[in-house]
Design a protein around this ligand. Structure first.
Ligand SMILES: Cc1cc2nc3c(=O)[nH]c(=O)nc-3n(C[C@H](O)[C@H](O)[C@H](O)COP(=O)(O)OP(=O)(O)OC[C@H]3O[C@@H](n4cnc5c(N)ncnc54)[C@H](O)[C@@H]3O)c2cc1C
Length: 412
């Protein structure tokens, strides 16, 4: 009898493993605890706004090659959209200064030498210390490797690293920051083009995967939470879902693609990251201003990024733990006043929704990074996947998708 690969968790890591294995002809079964797929990267219908929104704005870069491959396998690459060039408009809300960072294609960073393309107020030489992050040791924080002060830090490095690491950059892992720079800025503009799921994360990254699995006769089993692994020695013998139990055949394999706290509850003594950081998103039901860019970076404001979607303006604040207890309506008003000042949209608060994801990502400090396990566990037939496993990247879509593919490769 052909083996079955049981994939537990239908976030992007689990779906990536499921798609890879299905396309290789493996028999799989996906078990998801909740009633929806996508985990921390999902769309849902919001009652207050009366429209489908994402739990959070997600930005990909064209250098995210595993994510690009994933959407190609699904035939959904057209659903991630972005400008043909790596251009990032910014606005400093303190003095209303505007600029657009323009990263040229190719590996030679001509943009650094062009005052019309680099960050205003910086000199080409200011960019040199960034290179130290490329060779940073794993136990170092960004603040120990480079002392960025001044416009380059405030206007480029801080927004970039805060968004990528979801932690105040000085405390973030220098090695993870280096990995981001190596896979984007170092490769030039073609690796830095911003990509967003304009019609929603569900339609770009989740629904096409569920449709492919359904077509192949392998639908995700929703509301099927794994409670326990029954093991004997170094093998897991059965999966216990509470109401039902699945006995494993000798060749069967399990991929646990669940968050770290769920994985450590299932596998005793598993070392996992234990600290997390929040992301706060606000969504406003309003048509974006006619000249509003798809993504606008804000400096000197609570709001960090403003996204324009059809009929909706949405904002992101990373490492947003300080805002978890702020009353929702006060937060909505603060954010909207900044958006209105930045875009020229009317100051009256439109219908809004605030989504606060408390455990959006593990805290990307060197100490927490050191707790990330590889894909193997102490059980010979259980593998791990998830953005929090040791992928060498911070907790991102790219990390999740790579981890799923790595687990699929190991099954093979
Ligand atoms: C607000 C927000 C904004 C973000 N912005 C970006 C961004 O701009 N760019 C970017 O690249 N990344 C971003 N991220 C990170 C990205 O969303 C994650 O890295 C990615 O979605 C993680 O996928 P995953 O599969 O590893 O984990 P998850 O999405 O957490 O999936 C785990 C799944 O396992 C299921 N599960 C848990 N326990 C069990 C169990 N016992 N049995 C069965 N199923 C179980 C869960 O329900 C869930 O569906 C953001 C995240 C958030 C929250």
């Amino acid at each position: 009898m052909a083996r079955t690969v049981h994939i537990v968790g239908a976030g992007l890591a689990g779906l990536s493993a499921a798609i890879e294995l299905t396309l290789r002809g493996e028999a799989i079964a996906v078990h998801e605890a909740t009633t929806f797929a996508g985990g921390r990267c999902r769309s849902y219908h919001d009652q207050i706004l009366g429209m489908t929104i994402d739990n959070g704005n997600h930005l990909l870069l064209s250098g995210n090659h595993a994510a690009q491959r994933y959407v190609k396998l699904l035939g959904a690459e057209a659903r991630l959209v972005g400008p043909p060039r790596a251009e990032f408009p910014f606005l400093d809300l303190a003095n209303k200064e505007q600029w657009t960072l323009r990263i040229n294609d190719g590996r030679i960073p001509w943009w650094i030498f062009n005052s019309g393309k680099r960050v205003p107020g910086t000199r080409a030489l200011d960019y040199l210390p960034m290179a130290r992050l490329l060779w940073a040791q794993k136990d170092r924080a960004v603040g120990e490797v480079v002392r960025f002060t001044g416009p380059l830090y405030e206007r480029l490095m801080r927004p970039l690293l805060l968004a990528a690491l979801n932690i105040e950059p000085s405390a973030g892992s220098a090695a993870l920051a280096g990995a981001i720079i190596r896979e984007t800025l170092v490769l030039g503009g073609q690796a830095c083009r911003p990509l967003v799921a304009r019609e929603g994360l569900g339609s770009a990254l989740i629904e096409p995967a569920l449709a492919l699995l359904r077509e192949r006769g392998r639908p995700v089993r929703m509301g099927h939470q794994l409670h326990r692994l029954h093991s004997s020695g170094t093998r897991v013998e059965a999966l216990d879902f509470g109401a039902d139990k699945i006995a494993l055949e000798s060749d069967d394999v399990v991929i646990l693609a669940v968050p770290p706290y769920a994985a450590s509850a299932l596998v005793a003594d598993l070392k996992v990251p234990t600290e997390f950081r929040a992301i706060v998103n606000a969504h406003f039901r309003i048509e974006p201003a006619p000249d509003q860019p798809a993504i606008l970076g804000l400096i000197n404001s609570t709001t960090e990024w403003v996204f324009a979607f059809p009929g909706r303006v949405a904002t992101t604040i990373s490492a947003g733990d300080r805002l978890i207890e702020t009353p929702r309506d006060a937060l909505a008003r603060t954010i909207w006043s900044e958006v209105s000042a930045a875009t020229g949209l009317p100051p009256d608060l439109p219908p809004w929704q605030i989504v606060r994801e408390r455990r959006a990502t593990f805290a990307a400090t060197p100490e927490q990074d050191a707790l990330r396990p590889g894909p193997q566990t102490r059980f010979t037939n259980v593998l791990l996947a998830g953005d929090w496993t040791n992928t060498g990247l911070p907790a991102t879509i790219e990390s999740a998708i790579r981890s799923g593919r790595r687990a699929a490769d190991l099954v093979a």
